[in-house]
Design a protein around this ligand. Structure first.
Ligand SMILES: Nc1ccn([C@@H]2O[C@H](COP(=O)(O)OP(=O)(O)OP(=O)(O)O)[C@@H](O)[C@H]2O)c(=O)n1
Ligand SMILES: C[C@](O)(CO)[C@H](O)COP(=O)(O)O
Length: 229
């Protein structure tokens, strides 16, 4: 018996996909006949506990309006920002205008991760529903890690048993995340995921083990892999 856990979603989708070297932002590249972002949104739109979904788009985005989901009343949009963290902060502020409250759960999920399964989404919600901090889907590192020296050669081999890869969704209370992101960005801290802002605020997010195939499409081979599976 799963306990209902109402949640809001922010989808940062204002990137340009530089590393993909494609003819359009990677969130709009085709995957199995649909745009990558449409796959990403599907996982949330069907969830009974979804309160609202905010997509953060670049000012010059000319692709979103061409998608069928652009007409879906369940999806709101807001302006993205210079960095991913700025987009997320804009998304949080836009959710507040939609009625989201400081104590509400917000899940932040990369538009570039189209392979999130409902089972992982529900696992995250159930594991964190009563957590005092929140947390994220993550995967224990499977390969041996190498720290690289300034000369490009191996510097050291850290103990990989202590390392996990951070994925998304990342789940925090709206007010906590908004405060942490605002403060960290104002302090000039480099924030590459929501958890790092929460950590900078002195809290310790929980890691919830998820599927390793909830990959972020970053380089061409990532999309090629998804197209084959
Ligand atoms: N200013 C930005 C930068 C990134 N993103 C989003 O954050 C997610 C993860 O970022 P990343 O994989 O780095 O996407 P890009 O920034 O587009 O990729 P690149 O760094 O290769 O340009 C993506 O869904 C991207 O659209 C965003 O909303 N706003
Ligand atoms: C948020 C994230 O997906 C967690 O691994 C990652 O930090 C995003 O990094 P990017 O360079 O913005 O893709």
């Amino acid at each position: 018996m799963t306990v209902p856990t109402p949640f809001w979603v922010v989808i940062p989708a204002a990137g340009i996909g530089q590393r993909m070297q494609a003819d359009r932002p990677k969130q709009y590249l085709p995957l199995k006949g649909r745009a990558l972002i449409e796959h990403t949104l599907d996982c949330f739109l069907g969830h009974p506990d979804l309160c609202g979904l905010m997509v953060c788009l670049a000012d010059q985005d000319a692709w979103w309006e061409q998608l069928p989901c652009a007409a879906d009343g369940r999806i709101q949009r807001c302006r993205g920002g210079r960095e991913r963290a700025d987009s997320v902060l804009n998304g949080l502020q836009a959710l507040q205008q939609q009625g989201a409250r400081a104590n509400d759960w917000v899940l932040v999920h990369d538009a570039a991760r189209p392979n999130l399964l409902r089972s992982d989404l529900d696992k995250l919600l159930q594991h964190l529903a009563a957590d005092p901090v929140g947390g994220l889907l993550a995967v224990p590192v499977r390969d041996t890690l190498k720290q690289v020296g300034t000369d490009g050669r191996v510097q050291s081999t850290p103990d990989r048993s202590r390392f996990w890869q951070a994925y998304t969704p990342q789940m925090f209370r709206l007010g906590d995340l908004q405060q942490a992101l605002s403060s960290a960005l104002a302090a000039g801290v480099s924030i590459t995921d929501e958890a790092s802002a929460i950590e900078w605020a002195g809290k310790r997010p929980r890691l919830v083990e998820g599927r390793a195939d909830n990959i972020k499409v970053t380089r061409p081979e990532d999309l090629e892999w998804l197209a084959r599976h």
